[in-house]
Design a protein around this ligand. Structure first.
Ligand code: VG1
Ligand code: CO
Length: 545
């Protein structure tokens, strides 16, 4: 079987962002574009780590074609063993698990996560290392550098590999194995959570769930876990068949996009006890109770406080981490438990070293990402199962559990405002203007909010000492409040500005104010410091989460 070396020109824009390389589908379809980037990934690996590979994606448009191209590249580059998800499907958490379980050198995950799919939507390529986690910055920098000077790639001439059935083939020196990841993943979940108890509660009719797979990757996993193993009704699953265009919807589990699920959870009677949804590649989760929304920051704090209620975490937790813009709710739990709490830049890759080094058990992001040391990615279904297990043990509602948490620790009211597709120059200027004022801000009192510190977040990884600078502006009002602003690193058009606002109310407070009302005064302070609406002409954010 011939391997051809193809001459190519480098593309200047192959710089991975917060989570891999994301572009419009048409951008990826340019001649040699995908091939170049994948060759750059392979070239950036050390020879000893260029033998075994995992490959799969979230099933979005262009997944099939890209998988066949990458298989030819992997064979052309002499990988000895290549594992591919059946139908080309792998959720991001399942991919992380398989890399670890089969001790592979790494994996390529095809996904643009929660971004819309279809011919006019987005596509993405992520590389995860042998630890199962997203490539750290030093690796993505190497990939980018290599892609910027690439002049050729190696590709095998071979027929497309059928991916419908689990099967294996020997092609030249490479063994290609098509595998079903659902069983391995469901087995791990069964080790961590009390399936017996949840099954019993479902059978008694005491517990009900509505799970929305949003036409994306988690449908088959959810069917195996909730229906086959736990005995939930078929009707508990919504949109559980993966579609290349995600049913023309936006596979983003939040209040702006998971409308169908929200309507079910807001019914005045007969709503299920737990409503949950995941994103395109299955690493995000949204948790709803009856007429009740749990912010991802609170969810992380509640799980940390209740770890010992769940079999996999019976022994307690060693530490926690949250991304910088995530609220400080989990910090309060860590303080009470007497365990370490780390603040990292946005993006799951920054949790990798802390997890590998055994410093943390749980970690999470405000962007609907929660996870633990069981793998090296955030894990949507894991979080849903954790909540389900908690409901089964405590026999309380989601709202009761969260209320009890606030009564003990106080509440961090939290909101994120996204301004999408802004003119990049205007967005960058806005941030630069605030940056320029940072040193003069401490001590300033704006409408009763006193700034105690202000900086551009810089993270020094405590394990390898690496520095990550310019990770977002923080305006801190002591223990009372925080305003954070940063530019997104996952968008494919213009600039997206994210404004994160949080304010603490101690346990003795009301604790049940509507979030936007409670945060109104602080949002006004924010517009004074960072005049987004004034400078962009927008009347408000595009998405509020
Ligand atoms: C966003 C989120 C971030 C998350 C990233 C990837 O990044 O804010 O918390 O890690 O998406 O999530 P940004 O740079 O646009 O703010 V996913 O589900 O793509 O894998
Ligand atoms: Co995702």
């Amino acid at each position: 079987m011939p391997v051809r070396t193809i001459s190519t020109q480098p593309y200047a824009d192959q710089k991975p962002g917060t989570s891999g390389l994301r572009k419009r589908v048409a951008h990826f379809q340019q001649p040699h574009y995908l091939e170049n980037f994948v060759q750059a990934i392979f070239d950036s690996l050390e020879p000893a780590r260029r033998n075994t590979l995992l490959l799969g994606g979230d099933g979005r448009y262009f997944n099939d074609e890209a998988i066949q191209t990458i298989l030819r590249l992997a064979v052309g580059n002499g990988f000895r063993r290549i594992l591919v998800g059946q139908h080309g499907y792998l959720s991001t958490p399942a991919a992380s698990l398989l890399i670890r379980r089969y001790q592979l050198d790494g994996g390529i995950i095809l996904s643009a996560s929660h971004n819309p799919g279809g011919p006019d939507g987005d596509f993405g390529v992520k590389f995860n290392t042998h630890s199962g986690g997203p490539a750290p910055e030093k690796v993505t920098a190497r990939i980018h550098q290599r892609a910027s000077s690439l002049t050729q790639y190696r590709i095998a001439e071979m027929e497309p590999v059928p991916l419908q059935d689990c099967h294996s083939w020997q092609v030249a020196d490479s063994r290609i194995e098509v595998i079903d990841s659902v069983q391995d993943y469901a087995d791990l979940m069964q080790e961590l959570f009390d399936f017996e108890l949840i099954r019993q509660r479902f059978a008694e009719g005491q517990l009900h769930i509505a799970y929305d797979a949003m036409h994306a990757i988690t449908g088959p996993y959810a069917r195996e876990i909730f229906v086959n193993r736990l005995g939930a009704a078929q009707a508990s699953l919504l949109n559980a068949a993966p579609k290349p265009d995600f049913g023309e919807a936006h596979p983003d589990p939040n209040l702006a996009h998971a409308r169908q699920l929200q309507a079910i959870m807001n019914q005045s009677s007969g709503a299920p006890d737990l409503g949950a949804a995941s994103d395109g590649d299955g690493d995000r989760n949204m948790i709803l109770g009856q007429g009740f929304f749990v912010t991802p920051s609170d969810s992380l704090a509640v799980l940390a406080a209740n770890a010992q209620q769940v079999p996999g975490y019976r022994e307690g937790i060693v530490g926690v981490a949250r991304s910088m813009p995530t609220s400080r709710a989990v910090d309060r739990v860590a303080a009470q438990l007497g365990v370490a709490c780390y603040e990292t830049p946005t993006g799951w890759k920054f949790f990798g070293n802390l997890l590998d080094d055994g410093r943390i058990t749980f970690c999470g992001e405000e962007s609907f990402g929660t996870g633990s040391a069981h793998i090296r990615e955030k894990d949507g279904l894991w979080a849903v199962l954790f909540w389900l297990n908690l409901l089964a043990v405590r026999r309380e509602s989601v709202a009761e559990i969260v209320m009890a948490h606030w009564r003990e620790y106080g509440r961090d009211y939290y909101t994120r405002h996204d301004y999408e597709n802004l003119d990049s120059r205007i967005a960058e200027q806005l941030v630069a203007d605030l940056q320029a004022q940072l040193t003069s801000l401490p001590g300033r009192n704006i409408n009763g909010f006193v700034i105690t510190s202000a900086d551009n977040f810089c993270y020094k990884d405590p394990v390898d000492g690496s520095l990550s600078e310019h990770q977002g502006l923080r305006i801190i009002f002591g223990e009372q409040a925080r305003i954070v602003v940063r530019l997104s690193g996952t968008g494919t058009e213009g600039a997206t500005l994210r404004l994160y606002v949080e304010q603490y109310e101690p346990p003795e407070g009301e604790l049940i104010e509507p979030t936007e009302r409670f945060l109104q005064p602080l949002l006004a302070v924010s517009e004074t410091l960072l005049p987004i609406c004034h400078k962009t002409g927008r009347v408000g954010p595009d998405v509020i989460t």
